[in-house]
Design a protein. Structure first.
Length: 265
C-alpha cells in the first residue's frame, strides 16, 4: 500500500476515538505481553503500552512510510534476535499476513487494520493461536462501505478509462455483520465476548472533505496502481463527485460505522 502518514493523520483526532473506545474494553493484567497489529505511525501503540503498563508491546505494520517517524523505540525487520517477549516497546516492519509467532501474547489488539485482509474465519483462528491461556483479543474495523464516499469511488473505478488502467481493481473491504463475529468468537472458544456496531459522528467542513478523509485510507489502493499523475486526475474527479453528492461549502456530518469487539479465553 502507498500510505501517506501526513494525509492519514489529518483527521487523527477523529480516527483515534475508536482506538480509545477499544482500549477501554481491555482488562489490564500485570506484566502483559501485547501486540498491536497494523500499528501505523505508532503513536497510539505508545499510549497502549503506557496505559496497560505492559511488560512488552510489539507494534506490527508493513508500511515503512508509517513507521518512519516512530520515536523512542526500535523498528526491526527481523524479530529472530528480539523475541516478542522482550521487555519494552518496539516495532516490526512485518506483514500481518505472514505474522504467526505462536501463543506468546496476553493481548492481541488491532485497530482499523484487519478489514484489509480476506478470510476472517481463518484470520481470527490464527489470531487465537497467538494468545496465551486467558488471553484477550480486541479488534476494531470500519464497516462503512454503504456510505456514498465508498460507493462513488467504486463507481468511478468501474468506468472507462479507469477500469482499464486499474485492470478491473475496485477496493473492497472484508467486514461482516457484527453478529457474525459474535458467532465466530464463540466458535473459537472465547467464553466472554463483547461485539458492537458503533456510529461515530464527525463534523467536517463540507461534504467534499469526505474525499480528503478517504484519500488517507480507501483510495491508497488506487494511488498505488495508477501512479502519481493519473491518480491526481482520478482524485480530482472523485472529489468533484463527492462534493456534488454530499455538498460543498456547508458543514457536513460524516457518520462512520465501526465494529468493535473484545473477547477473552
Amino acid at each position: 500500500m502507498s500510505w501517506d502518514p501526513n494525509l492519514y493523520l489529518k483527521y487523527r483526532g477523529e480516527r483515534s476515538q475508536a482506538f480509545y473506545d477499544l482500549l477501554a474494553l481491555v482488562e489490564p493484567v500485570n506484566d502483559m505481553d501485547v501486540v498491536d497489529l497494523g500499528c501505523g505511525t505508532g503513536e497510539l501503540t505508545h499510549h497502549l503500552h503506557k496505559h496497560l503498563k505492559a511488560r512488552s508491546t510489539l507494534g506490527v505494520d508493513n508500511s515503512l512510510e508509517m513507521l518512519a517517524d516512530v520515536a523512542d523505540a526500535p523498528v526491526l525487520r527481523d524479530l529472530s534476535n528480539s523475541p516478542p517477549g522482550t521487555p519494552g516497546l518496539r516495532f516490526g516492519l512485518l506483514d500481518i499476513v505472514d505474522f504467526n509467532p505462536g501463543p506468546i501474547f496476553d493481548l492481541v489488539l488491532s485497530n482499523a487494520a484487519l478489514h484489509w485482509l480476506p478470510d476472517h474465519p481463518a484470520l481470527f483462528t490464527r489470531l487465537v493461536g497467538m494468545l496465551k491461556p486467558g488471553g484477550q483479543l480486541a479488534v476494531q474495523m470500519p464497516r462503512n462501505e454503504h456510505h456514498p464516499g465508498h460507493l462513488i469511488a467504486a463507481e468511478l473505478a468501474g468506468e472507462s478509462p479507469w477500469c482499464d488502467e486499474l485492470a478491473g481493481f475496485v477496493q473492497r473491504f472484508n467486514v461482516d455483520a457484527p453478529a457474525a463475529y459474535a458467532v465466530l468468537l464463540h466458535r473459537l472458544g472465547f467464553t466472554r465476548t463483547h461485539v458492537r456496531l458503533q456510529v461515530y459522528s464527525h463534523h467536517l467542513a463540507d461534504g467534499a472533505a469526505v474525499a480528503e478523509w478517504l484519500a488517507g485510507s480507501l483510495l491508497t489502493g488506487y494511488k498505488r496502481r495508477l501512479g502519481p499523475a493519473r491518480y491526481r486526475e482520478f482524485y480530482a474527479e472523485y472529489r468533484r463527485r463527492v462534493g456534488l453528492a454530499l455538498g460543498v461549502g456547508e458543514p457536513y456530518l460524516y457518520t462512520f460505522e465501526r465494529v468493535l469487539m473484545w473477547a477473552r479465553r
